[in-house]
Design a protein around this ligand. Structure first.
Ligand SMILES: Nc1ncnc2c1ncn2[C@@H]1O[C@H](COP(=O)(O)OP(=O)(O)O)[C@@H](O)[C@H]1O
Ligand SMILES: CC(C)(COP(=O)(O)O)[C@@H](O)C(=O)NCCC(=O)O
Length: 307
């Protein structure tokens, strides 16, 4: 196994060998139901990559529980457990939400008595109306397009066990925050927080979102590959959700297909790639684990923080 000062650098073959030591197993039916989350996730990946990831998380969660228990005794505090928070960062279209849903399902299976919730930080984007007012509608996803103060307050509220916390909901279909709709987070035992910005330092705040993370992932790939996945997803949406007359991209879907893809390529180049290079990639080494993907989402290497 190779290593740098801060990371173990583990090639796929070495990583999958770890599965031989893991006590966590999944039945064939469980594996099959995980795949139904995204029919392109291979069962081989679940066995070779995600089960050992779960084992790493399991080790961390066990020590977290133990430390919490001892600290509460030391401080004479009631024996209540603070939620364990997992962050997932990476570019737009790199596969964060797919990983988040997969981990949520797997953790749910591994800890049947714990409540595992998932939120995405796009709910903390300012509504389009505010972005327009500030003249930054074309900067959606950049640091200034998020209400970071609200996100950080949310993180503190979850950690301190507040009940029924309301979180705004973003719709990719409407390309905007959905008015009058809220997701409710109510004292989860484990919370997964997924978003391009979760390892960033907010401009006007003194603390990081990641100060609240107990473990964090960064999903990594070469930008040319991510662009391909972005365009593939765009093509899929052109044929489905965008066909709905209420969709933000309805006119694009009804128009010329080549022009639609030209527009998507421009958005990738000017918005998402620029954001990746300037603001997302620099946060990569803050993660506890970096999952590196190559062609067709094939995971070829994992980096695990040593300390
Ligand atoms: N492990 C994977 N295997 C196959 N396809 C994947 C995988 N992860 C993501 N994808 C596909 O890549 C695209 C982007 O994934 P998504 O999870 O929506 O990314 P993000 O949340 O980072 O924007 C989607 O079309 C998704 O189906
Ligand atoms: C809402 C987002 C900023 C967040 O992306 P996500 O983390 O959900 O992949 C992104 O999907 C987005 O809308 N970017 C703006 C440019 C575009 O239309 O792709």
């Amino acid at each position: 196994m190779q290593e740098s000062d801060t990371f173990y650098i583990i090639e796929r073959d070495e990583w999958k060998a770890l599965n031989e030591h893991t006590r966590l197993t999944l039945t064939d039916e469980e594996l099959e139901s995980l795949r139904s989350l995204n029919d392109r996730i291979s069962l081989k990946d679940v066995k070779e990559i995600y089960v050992p990831i779960l084992q790493v998380l399991h080790t961390h969660i066990r020590y977290y529980d133990e430390r919490q228990r001892e600290m509460k005794i030391l401080l004479n505090q009631p024996a209540k457990k603070d939620p364990y928070i997992i962050g997932i960062a990476g570019s737009v279209a790199v596969g964060k939400s797919t990983l988040a849903r997969l981990l949520q399902t797997m953790i749910d299976r591994a800890y049947p008595n714990r409540k595992v919730d998932l939120i995405t930080t796009d709910g903390f984007l300012y509504p389009n109306e505010v972005l327009k007012e500030r003249n930054i509608l074309d900067r959606k996803g950049f640091p200034e397009s998020y209400d970071m103060k609200r996100l950080i307050t949310f993180m503190g509220d979850v950690k301190s066990g507040r009940r029924n916390i309301e979180v705004p909901v973003y719709s990719h279909k409407f390309y905007d925050i959905v008015p009058d709709e809220q997701a409710v987070i109510d004292q989860p035992d484990i919370l997964i927080v997924e978003g391009i910005n979760v390892l960033q330092l907010p401009a006007n705040e003194k603390i990081f979102v990641s100060d609240f993370f107990d473990f964090s992932f960064y999903v990594d790939a070469e930008p040319e590959r991510i662009e391909k996945w972005y365009l593939e997803r765009f093509g899929l949406l052109l044929d489905t959700a965008f066909q709905n007359p209420t969709n933000y991209y309805y006119d694009v879907a009804m128009g010329n297909r080549k022009e639609a893809f030209d527009m998507a390529k421009e958005v990738w180049q000017d918005v998402n790639l620029t954001n990746l290079e300037e603001y997302i990639l620099p946060t990569r080494f803050r993660a506890d684990m970096i999952i590196h993907k190559t062609t067709d989402h094939y995971i070829d290497q994992l980096l695990l923080k040593k300390h």
